[in-house]
Design a binder for this molecule. Structure first.
Ligand SMILES: NC(=O)c1ccc[n+]([C@@H]2O[C@H](COP(=O)([O-])OP(=O)(O)OC[C@H]3O[C@@H](n4cnc5c(N)ncnc54)[C@H](O)[C@@H]3O)[C@@H](O)[C@H]2O)c1
Length: 393
């Protein structure tokens, strides 16, 4: 049987656009014809296009006219605009995490520490509603690019929950490292929040996903989040932070430490940490404590490959692991970091949904519940951690 061909465009030409392209090249169920790229930074888009032998488009509209699917790899502030434009033309939109966000009021004086977090919740929810409405009217769909859902360790846990009828009692997890490389990340106005949004969305979405799986397996009804209590801190912005050069510290108005404690509608729990103050390489894990089993989903690091290197310079040309400070000594080095992170599995699954209508594990409802939980968590943190209700979609 001939494989179907899908025409594809990339919006954004930075970090995530690069790993999306790598994952597209590994899709095997569908022939993917990458038509080109569009990005606000035209020079960056031209370089990205030239490296890959694809076209750099002059406008989003021109790109959308030529494709069936668009990969939305732009900053959070642009997610809604790109996704809605695609959906309005009946195209599929693969949207990077977080689904959308509140990026301030546009004024010069806007500062993440000083505005009422109810504003972020209200505007964030309004953005989610507009995206869901556009999706409901469209022949296309939103495919929520939350790679944690497709990480092999999380998918193995899905199988265990489905086949054993497990009840998850508590999950705890974390995404942390020593600080984002992206200069714009330092500003709420580009990122829509701090580490609780940018990194917290990963373990949170995986936890929300697994409770959905549990309910779906039991009676077809996903189990949704009900309340959240949270704390946020800006450790590297404290006057007393003693900088030894290992941790990024130039954040303008965002949190660099966060903790969300979620209760689900069945009374069970998830506790999620996200921070930019952890050295020693990226630290991404989720532990599941169920009534009939217990699982460590180690996304990164994991111990499939352990390498000892006596001299840093030996590994000058060897990529080891994301955000590690040194290549010397023992390193838990993923043999294929993209694979353990779930990127290729995610993009393959999306194309199977688009081409063959296969069920979508990471959809707009999961994305919406995740945003709703996080912005409710920001309100909670502003109030010293009081429990806030979470709206679900
Ligand atoms: N899943 C993951 O592991 C992961 C990792 C990093 C980033 N991300 C997500 O990817 C998205 C982009 O982050 P990044 O690190 O690639 O950023 P980046 O700064 O490296 O690249 C952003 C690109 O988008 C373009 N752009 C920005 N706004 C635009 C708009 N409105 N229309 C068209 N182009 C626009 C810029 O010109 C640039 O080319 C963010 O939502 C981020 O949260 C996900």
């Amino acid at each position: 049987m001939n494989k179907p061909t899908l025409r594809v465009g990339i919006v954004g030409a930075g970090f995530s656009a690069r790993f999306h392209y790598e994952a597209i090249r590994k899709v095997y169920s569908v022939d993917v014809d990458v038509k080109g790229v569009y990005a606000l930074d035209r020079e960056q888009a031209a370089g990205y296009a030239a490296e890959r032998g694809i076209r750099a488009y002059d406008s989003l509209e021109a790109l959308l006219d030529d494709v069936d699917v668009v990969h939305c790899c732009v900053l959070v502030a642009g997610h809604e605009q790109v996704a809605v434009a695609a959906l309005e033309r009946g195209k599929f939109a693969i949207v990077e995490k977080p689904l959308t966000g509140y990026c301030g009021d546009g004024s010069d004086s806007f500062h993440g520490d000083r505005f009422p977090k109810e504003d972020a919740l209200r505007h964030g929810m309004a953005s989610v509603e507009r995206m869901l409405e556009a999706e409901a009217k469209s022949a296309g769909r939103i495919l929520y690019a939350e790679n944690w859902v497709y990480a092999p360790s999380i998918q193995k846990e899905r199988e265990i929950i489905e086949k054993t009828g497990a009840q998850i009692l508590w999950m705890h997890g974390e995404e942390s490292h020593s600080g984002s490389h992206n200069p714009t990340y330092a500003y709420w106005k580009y990122s829509g929040g701090g580490v609780m949004l940018g990194k917290g969305c990963h373990p949170l979405s995986a936890a929300l996903y697994l409770k959905r799986v549990e309910g779906r397996a039991r009676n077809g009804q996903p189990i949704r989040p009900k309340t959240v209590s949270a704390r946020t801190h800006a450790i590297t912005r404290m006057d007393g932070f003693r900088d030894e050069g290992h941790i990024r510290r130039d954040y303008y108005d965002i949190d660099d430490f966060s903790m969300m404690h979620v209760t689900f509608e069945d009374g069970t729990l998830a506790t999620v940490f996200a921070s930019d103050i952890v050295i020693g390489g990226i630290h991404n894990w989720l532990e599941v404590c169920a009534n009939n089993h217990r699982t460590f989903c180690n996304i990164n690091p994991n111990n499939a490959l352990q390498v000892y290197n006596p001299l840093d310079a030996n590994f000058r040309d060897v990529y080891t692991v994301e955000k590690i400070g040194t290549k010397q000594g023992w390193t838990a080095m993923p043999a294929d970091e993209d694979w353990t992170t779930g990127y290729p599995q995610e993009i393959e699954a999306f194309y199977r949904t688009i081409a063959f209508g296969e069920p979508l594990e990471s959809d707009s409802r999961l994305a919406a519940d995740s945003i709703s939980t996080i912005y409710s968590a920001y309100v909670s943190a502003e109030r010293g951690g009081v429990e806030m209700p979470v709206r679900t979609f």
